[in-house]
Design a protein around this ligand. Structure first.
Ligand SMILES: Cc1cc2nc3c(=O)[nH]c(=O)nc-3n(C[C@H](O)[C@H](O)[C@H](O)COP(=O)(O)OP(=O)(O)OC[C@H]3O[C@@H](n4cnc5c(N)ncnc54)[C@H](O)[C@@H]3O)c2cc1C
Length: 583
């Protein structure tokens, strides 16, 4: 053993560094963070907000790949079970750096629809709802209002009631916010279509058109990632150590404490590839992200017994939800040429509900999909390790959010660069589920998860994605924006004519979608009988002292972008842990 800490945090990313900061604030409490990535404060692609896309495919991007996505299926063949994707292998970007994915992401700061967070409580998590989480959204934030010019010429708006100013996460409008005059026609066009401008997208209701704020230091025009927000300012604390390494598994004390196993330390590979152990006196916190945390649990004997035996791992805790419930959103583009010359950054999003997408058909679609849920649950059971009746209950909560509580189900970006006009759009709450699992216990396979996001395994997701695509397309065909469009560049009229059929849409979507890089749910916070992996204190079921704090715990997708919610979750988790220290 190279040492021992009170708390060992696996992964110095978006969520892990919040814990590192808050727990090490107590003098005498020792905290060790194991993280394979390095210091990226001097990397201009990280620091310059408008250069963020240049990080993809570099050494600070894990660049995971998925298993081939299954063959395309015509839409509306209920219960066919075959997804779309045409055997495509997709790349999953994720940050490998101090600060994790917050160092390479798009910096959009949008929280969620209120009812989506309230649903966490319905899924068995007492005390997790919008009003309790909202305190931590506000606590974590340090908001800078837009300038008057950004408000008048750039469309930036806000309501101070929703924002915090004392937190660690700097949020504001980019100094490069576009002022060239594209925002007004975009706003007017969406308003004409029934999507009025919302004053503030971070108040728990996102439906409509908005100009979004970002996780940036406005004064310095710099990305504000978790490293800058939570780590570097406290890195010199004598009780906080950052250890360069890749965790492989949790080690357990011999015997159990009642029914629960007790972690004694974390095994990791150091920078030279040697196996080391960091002992733990109090708790292990897994914050390696939703594509890595389940692998560490499986290598430690926590997961589906069938899968663990196949890997040759001794079963410590029978927990079939580990690595299951993977949910992400399929992302598509439409690109047009135009008469504009957009020189600044246009962060414009429109959120729509199922009622918006399906109009007068919404209630019949609600009824038909409700009847399909048992079938979908069976398909998901077949593809993974979860029990169909548990999946069915979770999908019913999701169905009620969509059709009962009318949360938004679509996000459509309206952006532009130079003379290019671009839509990017995705379904927010697909019913499909996938999984991520350990390939083998060989150390070389630790960085190579088996990822199957299962996009479009539920055929209704294609129907929704098509309806969203049609709405995104309709935007460019509506006055006044229509007058700015000169032609369709991608995918072009041959692939996707103005009145494309369902088949044309399905073919375009299946062959062209990418992940939205919002994977969640692989160690879901839900009751154990629903397939949950952690309970409301974020502790892994069947363990005494292992918690998960990262995107893995989010049980259902949110109408937002994940970091705002992750910072809030991690702040709340830190408070829970600190409370348990004094009690
Ligand atoms: C391209 C892209 C664009 C995005 N855009 C946005 C956006 O605009 N707005 C937004 O809110 N969200 C966005 N997201 C999503 C968001 O950034 C992530 O959901 C979030 O940062 C994940 O946080 P996390 O704490 O779960 O994991 P991460 O921040 O990924 O942290 C996990 C950390 O664990 C480390 N790690 C991995 N394996 C191990 C191991 N075995 N041992 C030790 N450490 C390990 C990793 O190196 C990493 O540092 C985007 C994501 C991507 C990929």
């Amino acid at each position: 053993s190279v040492g021992e800490c009170d708390f060992v945090i696996v992964g110095g990313g978006t969520s892990g560094l919040v814990l590192a900061n808050r727990l090490s604030a107590i003098p005498g409490v020792t905290v060790g963070v194991i993280e394979p990535g390095g210091d990226v404060r001097g990397n201009p692609n990280v620091t310059k907000p408008t250069s963020w896309l240049k990080n993809m495919g570099t050494g600070i991007d894990w660049q995971y790949t998925t298993s081939p996505q299954s063959a395309p299926a015509p839409p509306q063949q209920n219960g066919s079970g075959s997804g779309a994707g045409g055997g495509r292998v997709l790349t999953y970007h994720a940050g490998k750096a101090v600060g994790g994915t917050s160092t390479i992401n798009g910096m959009t700061y949008i929280r969620a629809d209120r009812a989506e967070i309230d649903a966490w409580e319905t899924l068995g998590n007492v005390g997790w709802n919008w009003s309790t989480l909202d305190r931590y959204y506000v606590k974590s934030e340090n908001f800078t209002p837009p300038t008057l010019q950004q408000q008048s010429a750039g469309g930036a708006s806000y309501d101070p009631a929703y924002h915090g100013v004392g937190g660690n996460v700097k949020v504001g409008f980019l100094p490069e916010l576009d002022l060239s005059g594209f925002e007004k026609p975009a706003e007017t066009t969406w308003a004409t279509m029934g999507y009025g401008k919302i004053q503030d997208v971070n108040g728990g209701s996102v439906r409509g058109f908005d100009v979004w704020p970002m996780t940036v230091d406005v004064g310095e025009d710099t990305r504000w990632d978790a490293g800058r927000g939570y780590y570097w300012s406290v890195a010199a604390r004598p009780n906080l150590s950052l250890i360069k390494g890749t965790a492989t598994r949790v080690l357990w004390l011999n015997g159990s404490c009642g029914e629960e196993v007790v972690a004694s330390g974390v095994e990791y590979l150091d920078a030279e590839g040697n196996i080391q152990v960091l002992g733990v006196k109090r708790e292990v916190m897994l914050s390696a992200g939703s594509l890595r945390t389940p692998l560490i649990l499986e290598a430690s004997g926590v997961g589906n017994p069938r899968a663990l035996r196949a890997l040759g791992v001794e079963v410590k805790v029978d927990l079939p939800g580990v690595g299951e419930n993977l949910q992400d959103q399929p992302n598509l583009d439409l690109i047009y040429s135009g008469t504009v010359n957009v020189t600044g950054y246009p962060p414009y999003a429109t959120f729509a509900t199922a009622q918006d997408l399906f109009g007068s058909n919404a209630s019949s679609i609600a009824a038909v999909t409700c009847m399909s849920i048992p079938q979908w649950a069976k398909q998901i059971e077949q593809n993974g390790g979860l029990n169909a009746s548990a999946v069915e209950k979770v999908l019913r909560v999701q169905h009620d959010l969509i059709f009962g509580q009318n949360v938004t189900v679509a996000e459509m970006l309206t952006t532009a660069s130079g003379s290019y006009l671009v839509s990017a759009f995705w379904a927010l709450l697909p019913f499909s589920r996938g999984g991520v699992h350990l390939r083998s216990t060989a150390t070389r396979d630790m960085n190579d998860p088996i990822i199957d996001p299962g996009f479009f395994t539920v055929d209704f997701d294609m129907e929704t994605q098509t309806a969203i695509g049609r709405l995104a397309q309709q935007f460019w065909e509506t006055e006044p924006v229509r007058d700015l469009v000169t032609g369709s560049i991608s995918p072009g009229d041959a692939v996707l004519p103005q009145n494309a059929t369902d088949e044309q849409w399905a073919s375009y979507i299946g062959s062209s979608f990418t992940p939205n890089y919002h994977p969640i749910g692989t160690a879901a916070m839900m009751s154990r009988d629903l397939g949950g992996v952690v309970g409301p204190e974020l502790r892994v079921y069947g363990t005494r002292n292992v918690r998960v704090v990262d995107a893995s715990v989010i049980p259902l997708q949110v109408s937002g972008h994940l970091t705002a919610t992750l910072y809030a979750i991690a702040e709340r988790a830190s408070e829970m842990i600190l409370d348990s220290l004094v009690s």
